[in-house]
Design a protein around this ligand. Structure first.
Ligand SMILES: [Zn+2]
Ligand SMILES: [Zn+2]
Length: 555
């Protein structure tokens, strides 16, 4: 029986969550496909109770299994939620990577700053370029976003043509880089677009995203009218925003001081790739103290309240080079990523307590989103007229709103899928199967399975501490010495005022003595009985059961 060729799509991340974008496209019959991966992003763990974990990476076991059929990975842009997992995960795949110059340069800068990072061969594709990757003919389409060189991808295959939007918006005046390539997208509409896989981040918001140019104007006003020092914090990767600050500083006859390593790294890459052509040289943080208050703008990392970043340290008056005081002005040129509100609140409060004026997007247009609102989504659908629309990049609400909008606009097939769904795009659109998908955690320098016991143990430890008991037994099953007890994270006294260590000691002795004599010679029986007794005795006087480890030695 001849097998039919099919074009399939599967999201391995990014659906129903913020971040961790990974998508794969496959061409082949139902037994084997050639694959193309788009993006390999991370997610930040701030929002979840994962003690010790900062980064969440996609589980790529399916790609690892299929790596011999994986023709390459294309990066749409250099945001962490799209390329942040590459350095950690590429060694498991070892396939060619494709990116435009800025993304490639930022990847290289990141790699250089991480000891032991692998050499990753990147094929640099010019803006608007077109490359053959296995059976896929991939054309880059420039789109406006909040980082230079965001790209939508037109992925042409023998079974049809897909538009994978990546992150985009329509900004006729992006202030840096090229606007969204409307002509190319309209042409795609004439050529015929089978499926649109699109950014849903702002699908609940009516109208259009304001332009980066409007933000630049507000920032110029705020820096121009500041009586004393000004500090601006923003996402370091928003080079257009950095440039707006630089221009505003120059107009106000102020120098720009970079504070924070991420700022320095991006500024360096922006210079290498020409995005800072004509922008004045910046000063390093050491120079800050030498400038009069009305001659300086500090460009700081830490717009998300990150405790170790520049602004949090300034807010606590703990930065080695940079201080602010009463009458100075801080501009928060960023939105808060869900989960970071508390940390940002701490920074804001720290600044306000010091009498510093804080300006946020609640009162001034000092930030705009890089994602399309409903009128923009509508416009794109009108340009490319897809037969199928798949909402991507968003939480359930955003995806669903995007889907409803597409249905309302008459897109014939709208497919709402989840991470790991295998979606047939041609010849018969629909969800046909599942592939493994999920997440892994980066714990220090190690990757661990999301369902490993490590994090559950750590959560329990943080909730109720731990007791460790060491017992020495003779071969005859007698105690050779008093048990040793160590407690971590447990209050000194229980509800009735008795010392916890005494309560534990009594429980150990009673458990041991009530154990039938033959079982006292078996270390495992002793350990089980003692553990149970200690935990319930502590629970009775504290209301919590700590972890308990019992070590039994025969001497
Ligand atoms: Zn992005
Ligand atoms: Zn994104």
């Amino acid at each position: 029986m001849a097998s039919t060729q099919q074009l399939v799509f599967a999201p391995l991340g990014g659906i129903g969550e913020i971040g961790m974008n990974v998508s794969i496209y496959g061409v082949g019959d139902n037994r084997s496909h050639s694959w193309l991966a788009v993006d390999l992003g991370v997610s930040f763990a701030a929002e979840e109770h994962l003690p010790g974990i900062e980064l969440i990476l996609p589980d790529i076991r399916y790609l690892v299994e299929e790596r011999r059929s994986l023709a390459g990975i294309v990066l749409t842009h250099a945001h962490e939620d799209h390329f942040g997992a590459l350095i950690d995960l590429w060694p498991q795949l070892k396939v060619p990577v494709y990116a435009t110059p800025f993304t490639a340069a930022l990847l290289e800068a990141k790699r250089a700053s991480e000891p032991g990072a692998p050499e990753i061969p990147v094929t640099v594709v010019p803006l608007g370029g077109r490359v053959k990757i296995g059976p896929f003919d991939v054309e880059f389409v420039s789109v406006a976003h909040s980082i230079p060189e965001s790209n939508a991808l037109i992925i042409r295959t023998p079974l049809g043509c897909v538009l994978h939007t990546g992150d985009w918006k329509i900004d006729p005046t992006p202030t840096l880089g090229v606007p969204t390539d409307e002509a190319k997208l309209r042409k795609l509409g004439e050529e015929g677009c089978l499926a649109l896989v699109g950014d849903s981040t702002n699908a609940v918001r009516e109208g259009r995203s304001p332009s980066e140019a409007d933000v630049a104007k507000t920032i110029a006003e705020l820096i121009g009218t500041a009586p004393r020092r000004v500090a601006v914090t923003t996402f370091a990767s928003n080079v257009a925003r950095l440039r707006a600050v630089a221009d505003a500083a120059r107009a106000a006859d102020r120098e720009v001081v970079l504070v924070g390593r991420a700022m320095e790294r991006i500024a360096q890459v922006a210079r290498e790739t020409g995005y800072f052509d004509g922008v004045q040289e910046f000063r390093s943080a050491e120079f800050y103290g030498h400038l009069p208050p009305d001659k300086v703008v500090a460009l700081c990392t830490g717009s998300q309240g990150e405790a170790r970043a520049a602004l949090a340290r300034i807010a606590q008056d703990q930065h080695p080079n940079v201080t602010l005081c009463k009458g100075d002005r801080v501009i928060f040129s960023a939105r808060s990523i869900p989960g970071n509100e508390k940390a940002i609140g701490r920074v804001l409060n720290g600044l306000i307590d010091q009498g510093i004026e804080v300006i946020t997007d609640r009162t001034h247009l000092v930030h705009v989103s890089g994602h399309p609102r409903r009128a923009e989504l509508e416009e794109l659908i009108g340009w490319v007229k897809p037969k199928i629309l798949i909402p991507a990049h968003g939480e359930a609400l955003h995806l669903h709103e995007h889907a409803s909008l597409a249905r309302k606009l008459g897109v014939p097939t709208v497919i709402e899928c989840r991470n790991g769904d295998l979606v047939e795009l041609a010849p018969e659109p629909g969800i046909i199967d599942e592939v493994p998908a999920g997440r892994v955690y980066k714990d220090g320098m190690v990757l661990i399975e999301a369902d490993a016991r490590t994090i559950a143990d750590r959560r329990r430890l943080s909730f109720a501490g731990a007791i460790s008991v060491a017992m020495a037994l003779t071969e005859g099953g007698e105690l050779a010495a008093d048990p040793e007890i160590d407690m971590i994270g447990i209050p000194e006294r229980g509800r009735d005022g008795a010392l916890m260590s005494n309560i534990a000691f009594d429980a150990i002795m009673e458990a041991f003595e009530t154990l039938p004599r033959p079982r006292r010679r078996d270390p495992d029986s002793v350990s089980d009985a003692v553990r149970g007794a200690v935990r319930s005795a502590i629970a009775q006087t504290w209301g919590k059961k700590p972890m308990c480890h019992v070590h039994v030695l025969t001497v």
